[in-house]
Design a binder for this molecule. Sequence first.
Ligand code: ZN
Length: 87
Amino acid sequence: MELEIETFCRLCGAPLAWRYIEHNWLVPLDVEPSENGTVAVSTDNIGHTLEGTALATSRTCGVPPLYTLHQPGPGCPDLCISGGTES
Ligand SMILES: [Zn+2]
């Protein structure tokens, strides 16, 4: 399940969806699920960073889908902070 595209990274153009992690940390997520992801998004649109057994189970079953934080990388040297303008 793709997340709804909210903004695009100004640096690399990647579609992003912004989610709060554990209610207090707003981060850009790549909208496509990734097998390397660590963030599950619950039905209330809150991101939860999984680890340990929960992470292993999600990766094995593909449920819930896991997303990656949009990280700086080649072509995207900055943290893309700017899209989190919610009103
Ligand atoms: Zn980017």
